[in-house]
Ligand binder design. Structure first.
Ligand SMILES: [Zn+2]
Length: 374
């Protein structure tokens, strides 16, 4: 078989699992049916699973699904059960080298590609009796709040994590991401009639506009970006506006950097408000924290070796987006996010190459069946 032919062949069983999973509609907070599928799948293999109570945090209809194999081991494999958009009406298209939808819905490949890879590999490892002690974690609400991984209470023995949830080609792995601050600023002025008594009012729109001239929009330096993504306020054209709500985010590799920048923005905005007799209420929180796994960290070393065994090139990468890896790293579980090859994620043109889905499942198999050498 030449290599071109190989790229066009997808294992029948892997294809079946992928089709079954992508046929379930489960947007963030509504993961229950996918959780049921995984629990049934795992039970059929003679393994035990349980659901935690992550819905207490997410407000959704399911907790995370957790499988502790042979005591749970030192490392976990994970992927998320939700999709950001509904896949109702999905019609799979099997092209020469890839699976797509018919263009009217997403394929749900983020992250059903990761889920299928892990479940397929798990089935193989059970059949071959090659499983090693480890934990499987299937999370809820990754796409919205990371609530599943934030809620997850890791067993004390867990030290390392491998997440199957990057759009990158299998072999690529995210070792570093920025963190992100979400903020909301409410600028409060005073309303009055815009024609009869404008001088009695304090226009929150005018104050906001002046304050925003001091905001560092866009890329600030190599590791920092800032954005105000929504501006809301005002009622009628004849009313001096009394309140404007600004929502935005900062992304940066360093927590101290983020705190400093947020502090400066608050000081600048408060200064402009005071100048005009307006006031400001503000709140902000870290949506996710940055992480940095270096080449001397075990997940880095282990994954590189595993990929090499399969002849897949391992390529460390940086990402400006958050994932469950950020929550797990914040809990002290050194975690990298692995490429699955879920391309054009969240669009109606989502696709995955047969080759990438195969490689992702082989990487999952190798991770499930190879102990980490401390
Ligand atoms: Zn994802």
């Amino acid at each position: 078989m030449d290599s071109n032919m190989e790229k066009r062949v997808l294992d029948e069983r892997l294809r079946q699992i992928f089709v079954e999973l992508t046929s379930i509609d489960a947007t963030s907070g509504k993961e229950s049916a996918v959780a049921d599928y995984i629990i049934r799948f795992v039970n059929n293999l003679g393994l035990k699973s349980y659901r935690d109570n992550a819905e207490e945090l997410s407000g959704g209809n399911s907790g995370n699904v957790i499988v502790e194999i042979m005591g749970g081991g030192e490392y976990l494999l994970a992927s998320h059960m939700d999709t950001p958009r509904s896949t109702t009406g999905l019609k799979h298209q099997f092209k020469d080298d890839r699976i797509t939808s018919d263009g009217t819905t997403p394929l749900g490949v983020d992250d059903r590609g990761g889920l299928s890879s892990i479940l397929f590999a798990l089935e193989k490892a059970v059949e071959n009796k090659t499983l090693k002690p480890c934990t499987l974690l299937f999370t809820v609400c990754e796409e919205t709040t990371l609530a599943g991984s934030l809620y997850f209470k890791p067993a004390p023995n867990l030290k390392y994590g491998f997440i199957f949830d990057s759009y990158m080609t299998p072999g690529h792995f995210v070792t570093r991401t920025c963190g992100a601050i979400n903020f909301e600023l409410v600028i409060k002025g005073k309303s009055s009639h815009a024609g009869i008594s404008p001088e009695k009012g304090i226009n929150a729109i005018m104050v906001s506009a002046e304050a925003m001239t001091k905001f560092p929009f866009g890329r600030i330096d190599e590791v920092t970006t800032a954005n105000i993504g929504s501006v809301n306020g005002g009622t009628n054209t004849n009313v001096v506006c009394d309140e404007v709500v600004l929502k935005g985010e900062l992304r940066t590799d360093f927590v101290s950097h983020g705190e400093e920048l947020m502090g400066k923005i608050l000081t600048d905005f408060t200064g402009v408000c005071e100048k005009h007799g307006a006031s400001m209420e503000s709140k902000y929180f870290w949506d996710f924290l940055p992480y940095n796994i270096t080449e001397s960290d075990l997940p880095y070393i282990h994954f590189s070796q595993v990929a090499e065994t399969l002849g897949i090139e391992s390529v460390p990468a940086k990402s400006m987006g958050g994932s469950d890896a950020n929550s797990l790293n914040a809990k002290g579980i050194k975690t990298i996010n692995l490429g699955v090859g879920a391309q054009n994620p969240h669009g109606n043109d989502e696709f995955i190459l047969y080759e990438d889905l195969s490689n992702a499942s082989m990487l999952a198999y190798q991770l499930l069946t190879t102990e980490i050498k401390n």
